[in-house]
Write a new protein. Structure first.
Length: 598
């Protein structure tokens, strides 16, 4: 694939979603086992809570996909969500700023045109039309509600209907990194922020503007603020403007960062002045600017301060917990382990002495009543105010409630109930993981290639060979292999596909080891003649497999493509019409008949 199309992710192992043959599955299971084990080990040592970010499709809500980029060999086109060809695949690059709108910026080596769904040229009156993208980020996420146009060498903004929302008066226009919906503009060498409708959010008064990094999955970047900077004779001075455009801190600080406290509407800001750091909540100073360094522990909800190489601790209201007089520390949940003059002590987060401790590291868990401690020999224990479970575990990870996953000296994993100090699942597995966002466990015997699934009651629900667990929407998960599939709710209980997808026209159905489709009433629509099928996707298409080849049916049970695509990987495929849907770093479709062969 040519460099000009490098925005398309073509790595099938990352972007495809379908099952291959049993041999591939067994190899895949071994590889996955190793990878997951590495991931689990990494998670054991993670000190701070990692807040996973997802791509925001638009400020204020998600945007549906009505149109998709199509790859066919080295060229690009467009299809709609029913699989109909909208634009022939003859372009070197196509930008679709908003996949719900028929506005396609199409480029060849000779020219650039903006086309609609009828293949008609639009916005031809402007000398140049571009999608609004971040200027310095490797992320190609585009603004969903605005385009930029060029006139007399300067840039302005259009909405997707072609209406001018901001005249061409700017030297530069780009999307602000990590803040979709905020458009960075430059005029007379100064930067400001517009929204997608052209309204001024931040005046053109700054030498740089950056997003503060705040993100929540349910509200996306809605509360992300701005760190602004101005140059002076003393250097660069920073200030802070909140998401509503209100200035909270003037540009008089040597640095500003937002403490990513995810349960507060008001921002906590760590600012430095004259080489010393303090903390503000909104405009109110709650910790004096008196420290060399400050960072925030999200799970423990504690600020850690450093002064002259010694550490102290503050609550989020600015009240001191422990003075900065300790040379070493470890913080986990409701506990703080400190060292002073060779003596180690364990305090709770209110500053009360719990006991002395010989642990070299503490790892916080999502249950603040517990922490995981590592001793000088590299063994792990489970500690709370009332218990100390010390059984020479080589790894320990928190699961849910009072349950912990452990690995013993024989490299076998089990589960213990820390509240009563009893083993609930015997250590016989190569590894056990909590499926993200659920309360059930995947216990894997990698050598024999099987998985046992345990519910939130730690009861074994079923066993499946060479399987993969995948999260679905609405708190459901699917466990599937090359021949079988089961659906689970977040507690690990088996549910029917009709519960998960109540509005589908067809549902996968297995009979006599063959798969087909029935309607919601259970009436057979597609005979059980396939080795495997997928569920209908949101666009009304499902994959059907015979032998090692995949085909496609639509929501009426009509065969769109007979099983003829050889797809050598181990995830379920998704199709839109006859085209393969890839959803990874970039969403696009691929013409398997004309594109690269699998």
């Amino acid at each position: 694939m040519s460099g000009r199309n490098n925005r398309i992710v073509r790595n099938r192992d990352r972007s495809s979603h379908f099952l291959g043959n049993t041999k591939v599955l067994k190899i895949a299971a071994s590889v996955i086992a190793i990878v997951l084990l590495v991931v689990v080990i990494f998670l054991f040592f993670r000190k701070e809570k990692d807040v996973k970010k997802t791509i925001c499709l638009a400020e204020g809500g998600n945007i549906s996909y009505e149109y998709f980029l199509l790859t066919s060999g080295e060229k690009l086109g467009v299809i709609d969500k029913k699989g109909n060809l909208v634009l022939d695949a003859k372009y070197d690059q196509i930008d679709i700023p908003n996949p719900s709108k028929p506005v396609f910026i199409c480029k060849t080596e000779q020219e650039t045109k903006v086309l609609n769904e009828k293949n008609e040229e639009i916005l031809a009156q402007y000398e140049e039309i571009e999608a609004v993208k971040p200027s310095t980020s490797v992320d190609n996420e585009m603004e969903k509600q605005a385009l930029k146009y060029k006139k007399n060498g300067l840039y302005g903004l259009l909405d997707l209907e072609g209406n001018v929302v901001k005249e061409a008066i700017y030297q530069e226009i780009s999307s602000l990194n990590d803040k979709p919906g905020s458009i960075l503009v430059k005029k007379d060498e100064k930067y400001g922020i517009l929204d997608a409708k052209g309204n001024d959010v931040i005046d053109l008064a700054y030498d740089s503007i950056a997003a503060d990094g705040y993100y929540l999955p349910d509200i996306s970047y809605e509360k992300t603020g701005y760190i602004v900077a101005k140059k002076s004779s003393d250097g660069i001075n920073f200030g802070y403007i909140n998401a509503q455009g209100e200035c909270l801190l003037d540009t008089k600080y040597e640095s500003i960062e937002r403490a990513l406290k995810y349960d507060e509407d008001e921002p906590y800001l760590i600012a430095m002045q004259n080489g010393k750091k303090g903390v503000f909540k909104n405009t109110k100073k709650i910790i004096d600017l008196n420290y060399q360094d400050i960072h925030y522990s999200e799970l423990s909800k504690v600020f850690v301060v450093e002064k002259n190489g010694k550490y102290g601790f503050y609550k989020t209201n600015g009240k001191s917990i422990l003075k900065p007089e300790y040379t070493q520390y470890s913080i986990a949940g409701n506990y703080i382990s400190v060292e002073k003059e060779g003596e180690k002590k364990l305090f709770d987060i209110n500053g009360n002495l719990v006991n002395t401790t010989s642990y070299t590291k503490m790892i916080e868990t999502e249950n603040p009543a517990y922490f995981i401690a590592e001793d000088e020999n590299g063994y792990y224990s489970i500690i709370s105010k009332d218990i100390n479970i010390d059984k020479k575990y080589t790894q320990v990870a928190y699961a849910f409630d009072n349950y912990f996953i452990f690995t013993d000296e024989n490299s076998k994993s089990g589960v213990i109930n820390a509240a009563i100090n009893e083993i609930e699942i015997e250590p016989k597995y190569d590894f056990i993981i909590l499926i993200e966002g659920t309360c059930f466990l995947q216990a894997v015997d990698g050598m024999n290639g099987y998985t046992d699934v345990y519910s939130n009651q730690l009861e074994k629900v079923f066993t499946m060979q060479d399987c993969i667990v995948q999260n679905l929407e609405n708190d459901y998960s699917v466990v599937y292999s090359g021949t079988d599939r089961k659906y689970l709710n977040k507690n690990g209980e088996i549910v029917e596909n009709t519960e998960i997808y109540p509005d589908k026209k067809l549902y996968s159905f297995k009979q006599n080891d063959k798969w087909g489709f029935v309607d919601k009433a259970g009436k057979n629509v597609v005979q059980c003649q396939y080795d495997l099928v997928t569920e209908l996707n949101e666009y009304g298409f499902a994959g059907i497999k015979k032998g090692e080849k995949w085909g496609v049916v639509n929501e009426n049970g009509e065969v769109i493509v007979e099983p003829s695509y050889e797809l050598d990987t181990y995830f379920f495929p998704q199709f839109i019409g006859k085209y393969l849907l890839n959803q990874s770093e970039t969403t696009y479709c691929e013409d398997l008949e004309k594109g690269e062969k699998q």
